[in-house]
Design a binder for this molecule. Structure first.
Ligand code: ADP
Length: 158
């Protein structure tokens, strides 16, 4: 089964990496797709976000990183993806994720399924936004993100 794990990854956190590694153990091919969301203001540009992910996932032969500017469902159909993976941290994620999954199913010609993977409890409080907030006040994010991300985020707020 070929799956896509879509998101902003601004920046990628240990929570995202945990989901990607678990998915790589379950599925034949995992495509990590960095999406462009016109409503969001990003800290890292697309190239930076892709580069950080690629550095981290270099050793995973069945994981590929790419970008897409458009509707996720179009990416899914163009690339013959079987399922969409999303992470659920808490009930608050569930509400928006349910809407996203149902909308994708509604628009899908191939009846694409969304598969939810639950966050590890110790990662369930972790989000890219919280990492940016802590880093913006010079806080220590070393336990929240991989080393390469920690270095890059420190440079951003220097
Ligand atoms: P988006 O902009 O689509 O919310 P994110 O990059 O924030 O993208 O997240 C991508 C996916 O990863 C979403 O399904 C989100 O719920 C999930 N996710 C984010 N943080 C974590 C975490 N700490 N543990 C597990 N899943 C997570």
């Amino acid at each position: 089964m070929k799956v896509v794990y879509p998101g902003s990854f601004d920046p990628v956190t240990n929570g995202h990496i945990d989901i990607i590694k678990r998915a790589a153990g379950l599925f034949e091919e995992v495509v990590v797709c960095v999406l462009v969301n016109s409503k969001k203001n990003y800290l890292f540009n697309m190239e930076e976000r892709i580069e950080m992910l690629e550095e981290l996932l270099y050793d995973y032969d069945n994981v590929k990183v790419c970008m897409y500017s458009g509707l996720l469902i179009d990416f899914v159909e163009k690339n013959k993806i079987d399922s969409i993976i999303r992470g659920i941290r808490a009930i608050s994620d569930y509400e928006s994720e349910l809407q996203f999954a149902q909308m994708n199913k509604f628009y899908s010609r191939t009846n694409v399924e969304t598969i939810f993977m639950v966050a590890e409890p110790e990662m369930s409080y972790l989000s890219s936004s919280i990492v940016k907030e802590i880093a913006s006040f010079n806080g220590d994010v070393s336990r929240l993100v991989p080393k390469n991300v920690e270095i890059k985020i420190k440079q951003k707020f220097k």
